[in-house]
Design a protein around this ligand. Structure first.
Ligand SMILES: [Zn+2]
Length: 156
């Protein structure tokens, strides 16, 4: 298996220096940073809400040009869509609908990466949903892009 990639993380998809540093520590531990027993070791953001299936929190490394970048992390270790309970979908939508109302989102997008991180371009291979609200009214705004898949030359 490639050095920067294990069952739980893929450093090749990390974006920021600090993130790479934290992810390197996690890679050395060979455990999953989004599993509840490890989440508090690395994740500095408050848990905003906890459901039966999902934890709502802020992305520690929000994408540039986002007004809100929230994460809904599945509470048990999962990578594939088939790992998810059917009822988790209903809870997910209930949680994001509540957020839309509470935070008055003008518009945005959801990203749910899954499976092999060379395909998903995920850094953490534990299923999570990103709720992204672009800061589209900012003067220096540039579109927020979500990447899927990793080019061959970056796979290490
Ligand atoms: Zn996990």
């Amino acid at each position: 298996m490639a050095k920067n990639k294990n069952n739980f993380i893929n450093l090749n998809n990390a974006r920021e220096d600090e993130q790479i540093e934290v992810m390197q520590k996690i890679a050395d531990q060979a455990h999953c940073p989004f599993c509840s027993e490890n989440l508090r070791l690395y994740h500095q953001q408050p848990i905003l809400k906890e459901g039966q299936y999902w934890l709502l929190t802020k992305n520690q490394w929000p994408y540039a040009h986002t007004k809100h970048h929230l994460l809904l992390i599945y509470k048990t270790h999962a990578s594939k869509l088939t790992d998810l309970e059917d009822q988790a979908g209903a809870e997910l939508f209930a949680m994001i609908k509540e957020l839309e109302q509470k935070l008055n989102f003008e518009g945005g997008g959801l990203a749910l990466r899954f499976g092999d991180t060379d395909f998903s371009a995920g850094t953490v291979n534990h299923l999570h949903v990103q709720l992204i609200i672009p800061d589209a009214m900012a003067k220096d705004f540039e579109p927020v892009r979500v990447k899927l898949g990793l080019q061959w030359e970056k796979r290490k």
